[in-house]
Design a protein around this ligand. Sequence first.
Ligand code: SIN
Ligand code: FE2
Length: 230
Amino acid sequence: MCATRATPRQTPAEAAGPARAVAADIVPGARLLPGHLDAAAQRALLAEIRALAAAAPLYRPTMPKTGRPFSVRMTNAGTFGWVADRRGGYRYERAHPETGAPWPPIPEPILAIWRDVTGLAYDPEACLVNWYAPDAKMGLHRDADEEARDAPVVSISLGDDARFRLGGPTRKGPTRSLTLSSGDVLVLDGAARHAYHGVDRLYPGTSTLLDAPGRLNLTLRRVSVPDTGA
Ligand code: SIN
Ligand code: FE2
């Protein structure tokens, strides 16, 4: 399980700065699609997210062990939404924890991105919306609350650049950082699907997409094991 790996050497892109490290050099199965969404597509997506957040307001999850609030605010679309609190830990729920209403459906343009970048016949069931104020960050973690362990995770970035940290299968293993910019899509498949990752910091003011400094991230995940007809 825990095969030892040498610390990867720096790629030329990474040696030039933290931006644009080749994601698959960090862990196999990581695929960064820089600028996958053009400005018009980003604005269209933003309108979808605003409508979504009007129906399912952003709220602040809390850490299961300590009860400390996340710095990132969240909401969801889809059959299942990812939530975290002291009462039930990290998990998926069918309803918003504050309003009790079912999550709104995943907007079609977001499903289209999943289909485009994965080529899969099944759709995601959860679209987690993360809102990062300029000082928000997300600690190193793995996405591990899904039954569908083989399905990829697709992450879409909008707004200010973020320094994203990506490692391997163990928390203590080596990690490297890459910059995620507005319109970038990151696919975590294969080994990368179970790799540790987090967001160290934002670079406020690097994008003009949003009205205020900050960053939106959409994370698409399959929760239940898809019926592939096999
Ligand atoms: C996440 O791991 O849920 C979010 C990653 C990101 O904001 O890029
Ligand atoms: Fe994650």
